[in-house]
Write a protein that binds this ligand. Structure first.
Ligand SMILES: [Zn+2]
Length: 220
C-alpha cells in the first residue's frame, strides 16, 4: 500500500506543479498577445511612423480615442494604397508616397471615427482628409502646395474646410459658407474613382459637420 500511496502523492505533486506551470505559461501568452495588439512588440516602418505621430500634439489627442492598432503589409493591394479593414487592422501596399506619416494619420483617424467597424462613407472621408491636412501642416517644413488629396478641386476644398475647423473648433452646421464647402467636397468625392458613386461608398446628405474631428481637437 505504502509505495502506491507515495506514488499517488508524487503524481499529485507533479500534477500540481505542471498545473501551475501551465497556468503561468498561459498568463505569459496572454500578456504577449495583449502586447502584440498594442503594437509594442512589432517592428516595421508603419510602427515607426505611428510612434512619431504619438509624440506630436495632434497625435497625443488622437491616441486618446484609438483601439489597439496592427499594421499588415498586403502585396495584393494596388501600389501606393493604405486602408482600414476593421478591428484596428490597417493594411498597406508598397510604393507609398512620402511623407507616409500624414497617410498613416488619415487611417488612424478612421479608427478614431468608427473604432472596430469599417464604414465606407464619403462624410468620413472628408473629415479624415481635413484631419490629415491639419496633421500634415503641423509638421516642420510642410507647404500647403505639396498637400495632395483625391483631385485638385477636392484638395482646394479640404484646405478651406481645414481653415474653418482651425478657426472655429466647434460644430459649423449653421454656417452657410461651411455648408457650401462641405457640399462641394461631397460633390467632388462622388466623381472620384476611389470614393465615387461607382464604389460601395455612401453618404449621409444631412450630415454637415466634423463631430470626430472637433472631439479630437477639443481633447485636453
Ligand atoms: Zn480614408
Amino acid at each position: 500500500m505504502r509505495p502506491i500511496c507515495l506514488g499517488f502523492l508524487q503524481l499529485l505533486l507533479v500534477l500540481f506543479l505542471f498545473g501551475s506551470c501551465a497556468r503561468e505559461a498561459l498568463d505569459v501568452e496572454q500578456e504577449l498577445r495583449q502586447e502584440s495588439l498594442l503594437g509594442e512588440d512589432r517592428k516595421g516602418p508603419m510602427y515607426d511612423e505611428m510612434d512619431k505621430i504619438k509624440e506630436t500634439p495632434l497625435g497625443k489627442k488622437l491616441f486618446k480615442g484609438l483601439i489597439p492598432i496592427k499594421f499588415e503589409y498586403d502585396p495584393s493591394m494596388r501600389p501606393g494604397r493604405m486602408g482600414y479593414v476593421g478591428m484596428g487592422v490597417i493594411r498597406y501596399s508598397g510604393d507609398l508616397e512620402s511623407p507616409v506619416g500624414p497617410l498613416v494619420f488619415h487611417e488612424l483617424f478612421h479608427v478614431y471615427q468608427t473604432k472596430e467597424k469599417v464604414v465606407a462613407s464619403r462624410n468620413n472621408e472628408i473629415e479624415a482628409y481635413v484631419a490629415q491636412y491639419l496633421y500634415y501642416m503641423s509638421l516642420e517644413g510642410a507647404k500647403k502646395k505639396n498637400f495632395w488629396a483625391v483631385s485638385n478641386e477636392f484638395r482646394a476644398i479640404i484646405i478651406k474646410l481645414a481653415d474653418y475647423a482651425r478657426r472655429y473648433p466647434e460644430y459649423q452646421t449653421g454656417d452657410p459658407e461651411f455648408r457650401r464647402l462641405y457640399g462641394l467636397a461631397l460633390y467632388y468625392l462622388r466623381q472620384s474613382t476611389l470614393y465615387g458613386t461607382n464604389t460601395n461608398y455612401t453618404e449621409d446628405p444631412t450630415l454637415c459637420s466634423f463631430p470626430n474631428l472637433f472631439l479630437m481637437l477639443n481633447q485636453s
